[in-house]
Design a protein around this ligand. Structure first.
Ligand code: C2E
Ligand code: MG
Ligand code: MG
Ligand code: MG
Length: 291
């Protein structure tokens, strides 16, 4: 049955799961059509700089705006797209769309840095740096506006290849980060070899850290580890004020989560940024700034 679309924020996840998509063959055909018809949309979720309360970075998160189903979240189609190889086209679309949006923001005077998620398959696919180089040229974008997020699972899959591709992307001027840190099995030795500048602490350690001493210890240790390795740390999954407060006191560099803002389309992000600018000092950062 068709449902009125309620947008595509992650909080709709349960509602949005469409049980009809049960056949892999059907999904494969639908994905092919989605790639041909550009049925994807990018949502953006802001990250707050915990040292000064500013928002100058966002993460781009893909959604599949199916013509007659509710909007689908990445967990519902990215793994399948990885298995079937469609991820290559999806990534190409995502990167092009993120470049185009960032160029528009820069033209409006919004100096926003955008993080883009790459999948394992992307990093193992030949010619990826060249394709990204072409997209930079086509859109007139600068690589230092972007951070490419790599998950730990990608790294262990084929370390040599990932190291090689990462080195090329880094040489082109992109920043790199390790996503969902703490959930994979990558070794610190490997991470040390990657040209990354940032670690994203997985939300499974962050969301309940204010009430879980174990989670709090893990988060504190990861922040220290990252800083000792000269890396920035971003905490994801911040769903409450106490967690935001704790992260600030622990010296975490940036925070992202529903408590700050849910992922929203580009236009809505601009409105959110504008209204935040006005209420900047009410956001709870004024106190920390004057400490
Ligand atoms: P991720 O890169 O770790 O992105 C963060 C995810 O956490 C997003 O889910 C975001 O909506 C969600 N999130 C943010 N704040 C909160 C919070 O406070 N609480 C909770 N419970 N969740 C929060 P989303 O958008 O469903 O994406 C899921 C994953 O799909 C991403 O995890 C990323 O690994 C992957 N993904 C997203 N976009 C792309 C893409 O363009 N390409 C590829 N290859 N993967 C993507
Ligand atoms: Mg990510
Ligand atoms: Mg992440
Ligand atoms: Mg995550």
């Amino acid at each position: 049955a068709k449902r009125k679309r309620l947008g595509c924020a992650a909080y709709d996840a349960k509602l949005d799961v469409e049980p009809e998509i049960d056949s892999r063959l059907a999904l494969s055909a639908e994905l092919r059509r989605a790639v041909e018809n550009n049925e994807f949309v990018l949502y953006y979720q802001p990250r707050v700089n915990l040292a000064n309360g500013h928002v100058r970075e966002v993460e781009a998160l893909v959604r599949w705006q199916h013509p007659d189903r509710a909007c689908l979240l990445p967990d519902e189609f990215v793994p399948f797209a990885e298995q079937t190889g469609y991820i290559r086209d999806i990534t190409h679309w995502v990167v092009g769309a993120a470049f185009a949006q960032t160029v528009r923001w820069r033209a409006q005077g919004l100096a926003i840095a955008v993080s883009i998620n790459l999948s394992v398959r992307d990093l193992l696919s030949a010619g990826l740096p060249e394709r990204f180089g072409e997209l930079l040229q086509r859109h007139g974008a600068s690589p230092d506006w972007f951070t490419l997020e790599i998950t730990e699972s990608a790294i262990i899959d084929d370390p040599e290849r990932v190291l090689d591709t990462s080195a090329q992307l880094h040489k082109m001027g992109f920043s790199l980060s390790i996503d969902d840190f703490g959930t994979g099995y990558s070794s610190l030795a490997l991470i040390k070899k990657l040209p990354v500048g940032e670690l994203n602490i997985d939300r499974s350690f962050v969301t309940n850290m204010a009430t879980s001493p174990d989670d709090m210890s893990i988060v504190r240790s990861v922040i220290d580890l990252a800083h000792n390795m000269g890396l920035r740390v971003v905490a994801e999954g911040v769903e409450s004020a106490p967690v935001l407060e704790l992260l600030g006191r622990m010296g975490c560099d940036a925070a992202q989560g529903y408590h700050i803002c849910r992922p929203v389309p580009g236009g809505q992000l601009e409105e959110w940024l504008a209204s935040r600018e006005e209420s900047d000092h009410q956001a709870g950062f004024a106190a920390r700034r004057s400490e």
